[in-house]
Structure formats: C-alpha cells, structure tokens
Design a protein around this ligand. Structure first.
Ligand SMILES: [Zn+2]
Length: 418
C-alpha cells in the first residue's frame, strides 16, 4: 500500500500600501505593516487521490476567487475541483478582494494561490499524521448578549454599558484540534490547526495576520523555519474574544498575543499526547447550491441595542445601494475532506453560527470532526432561526444575505455528508 504523502508551501499575499481595507462598513486604507500576509497550502496524496487545502490570510473573499483557483488547479495540476479547498482565516486588517480586472492586487492574488499549490506539489514527501484535541473557552465569548430589556446587545461595546446583560455560554465551540504532519525522521513538516474564534483581535489598518499568524510564527520558532501552519477557522459567526464581564479587559493591541499564546499552550499539550490513526484512504467532495437572497425587512434598519442605539455608519450606505438592486442568487458551498476512518473536515462558505457546529459534532460518528468555515467563498453570516427572532448584528442584511432557515438547510446538508 502507498504511504501518505504531503507537500506544504507558503506564498506571500501582502497587499500594497493604501489599498482598501476589508472587514468594516467604513472605508479604510492600509496605513502600514505589522506583518506580511500569506497563503499556506498543503497537498495530500494517497492511492493516487490528491487533495489541496489553502489557508489564506484574507477576511471574507467572494466565492469567485475560490472558483477561479479551484478551476485553475484542476486544469493545471489534474487535482479535481471537488478536492480543492480555499479557506480564509478572517483577518480584518487585510485587503478587499475584488473581481475588477484593473485591481492588480486581486488579479495577482488569484494566481498566487494557484502558485502555492504548484509549490506544495514540488514538496511532496512521505508523512504520518498525528492528531489530538483539546478544549478551551477562556478567550471565546458568545458576542450576542441578552440585555435586561430582552434586546440583543453586541459584546464589543464599552463593558460599562453592558453590565445588565447575560451571555449564552452554551453556544460556543470549545474544540481546539491539531493535525501534525511528520516526516519519516520524525521532524515536523507542518500543521493544520482548528479553533473557533474571530481572528481579528489586533485589527486596525496596519496589515497583520492576527492571532492565526502569531501561532504560526511561534510554531516556526519551535519546529524550524520551514514548518508551515494552516489555520482552518471553526464556526465563529456569533463568537469573539470580547469579555463584557471584565470591566477592565485589555483593549490594547497585544491582546491577540495573549489569545495566541493560550491556543499555543493547548497545541503543545495536544502535541505531547497525539494519536496516529491509520490513514488507508483520503477523499473529498464539495458542491455548490444556489440560494436566493432575502428581501430587506423592517429590522434591518432599526436602531436598537445592537449598535448601542447608534447608527452603524457605512452599513446604512451599503443597504441604500442594495435596495436599488435586484435580489441576487448566492453560491453556497458545502464540502467534506475524509482522512482515514477517524478524521473528517466539513466545510462551509459562511460565517457560521456555533449552534450548528455543536449540532453537527453531536451527530457525527467520526472520532475527530472538524468544521472549517469561510471555505470556498463567503455568503456572509448564516445565523440560526432562533437568532433571527432575537435580532442582533448578524441577522441584519447585508451582514446576512440568505433567507431564514438557510442555516438549518446547510446544517442538514453537512450532516448528510458525514
Ligand atoms: Zn466576522
């Protein structure tokens, strides 16, 4: 039987100065750099089956980007499109990606991601996979607080204004996964790591890869400069790292490091007790379904506790523009990567709510069930039906685009893939 093989690569995708910054409703430009941005790739091969996974330090690239990359990879390298996955780490201090042929950054980015697969193919070696899991919610908070008057209040406001609120601590996914790729001499080639939290604790208009990039940097310190880490972000549409209960929680620009060091600690604990399951086969599939955008409703423009009784600035501008346009159809992409009989990675191209991930994991028969959101594009937030009834930021159009119940439909699709 063939052994499992894997190749890793890193390509630079740092945007130029003054390029538009993504991740906010207001127009911002890149003012400087706190680090580069990269796209990290692994290609896996077993019994002639090949799977490519790209983890790009981008915020929420449109599905057209991953469609281009997946088609090019199929055409050039004979890896079927259904086996190619482009995940975003959801950095909020990075570039806006467009389809504009005059946007040189975005045009070059598309080819850089394809180049990353080519480089990984030139790096293929025999590997064995070690995997383990830990749990923590120390820096993970459900950001949809319930205020005393029943409204949803978002946890990113001044904690002093939120002390009448309670947090739904049930709805956050505590899992931290580490998949470690070892060469025959036991040296470490790379990692796939997975945890569920917004990757925007540094933020700002200076380019940086935030929590995920810092974890990758520290793993390079430990295991050598060629060690490549792919972050696959779990379902974190409704969670972030803002602790409203702690009036003094540090809003300094180093908070991302505290979170990263904490996750790193868990990765090291996992690393001391890995399991090496038999990987006798690998396979993948993914498919796109068109789903229609919902109509605007009254709640989309209500000024309530969601924005702390303030208008949200740019959101209203975007809403006014969208109201003049016809409703669009959106490509909802769901997929699965199977590594042997124990490990499965389910993918969805949305900012998916924690409750869905918890539900899927409960239903899964696999020993290791990993969710990778914002993979193969982005159809914005996909909340639960319950969340639509409650209100809050994520259920407003265009923070969300799909109709009520779309999240539940996607959840059933993902469960069927298991
Ligand atoms: Zn987000």
């Amino acid at each position: 039987m063939n052994t499992l093989r894997a190749g890793f690569s890193v390509v630079d995708i740092t945007p130029p100065l003054n390029a538009p910054v993504v991740g906010s409703w207001t127009d911002r430009k890149i003012d400087g750099y706190k680090g580069p941005l990269s796209a990290n790739t692994v290609v896996l091969e077993k019994n002639r089956e090949r799977i490519a996974i790209i983890s790009a330090e981008l915020c929420e690239p449109e599905t057209s980007l991953s469609n281009f990359v997946r088609e090019e990879v199929e055409r050039r390298f004979n890896i079927p499109k259904k086996n190619v996955f482009v995940a975003a780490t959801h950095v909020h201090s990075g570039p806006k990606v467009t389809n504009d042929p005059n946007d040189h950054y975005s045009q070059n980015l598309r080819m850089q991601l394809v180049t990353g697969v080519m480089k990984a193919l030139a790096d293929m070696e025999d590997v064995r996979i070690g995997i383990g899991k830990s749990e923590s919610t120390l820096f993970t908070h459900n950001r949809r607080l319930r205020a005393a008057n029943g409204e949803i209040a978002m946890n990113w406001f001044d904690p002093k204004l939120l002390q009448d609120c309670t947090e739904n601590e049930e709805e956050r996914d505590p899992d931290i996964f580490s998949i470690r790729f070892e060469r025959p001499d036991r040296s470490i080639k790379g990692f796939i790591i997975n945890y569920s939290n917004h990757n925007n604790a540094m933020g700002g208009t200076y380019v940086n890869g935030d929590i995920g990039a810092y974890i990758g940097e520290r793993l390079r310190d430990l295991y050598g400069k060629n060690c490549v880490t792919l972050l696959l972000l779990g379902a974190c549409g409704d969670v972030n790292w803002c602790d409203f209960k702690d009036i003094d929680w540090p809003r300094d620009s180093f908070h991302y490091r505290r979170i990263a060091e904490h996750i790193l600690g868990h990765l090291l604990i996992i690393g001391s007790n890995l399991e090496y399951p038999e990987i006798d086969s690998i396979s993948a599939e993914c498919e796109t379904e068109k789903m229609l955008e919902r109509e605007f409703n009254e709640y989309d423009s209500v000024i309530d506790r969601t924005f702390n009784y303030k208008p949200q600035g740019g959101l209203e501008v975007v809403q006014a523009k969208m109201k003049k346009e016809p409703l669009r159809e959106h490509d909802v992409n769901t997929g699965i990567i199977r590594l042997g009989n124990d490990i499965v990675i389910l993918t969805v191209n949305a900012e998916y709510f924690s409750a869905f991930a918890l539900d899927i994991k409960k239903a899964s028969q696999y020993k290791y069930t990993i969710i990778s959101q914002l993979t193969n594009g982005c159809v914005n937030y996909v909340p639960t039906r319950e969340a639509y009834k409650q209100g809050g930021y994520e259920v407003r159009k265009p923070a969300t685009l799909l109709d009520y119940g779309a999240g539940e439909v996607i959840c059933e699709k993902l469960k069927k893939l298991l």
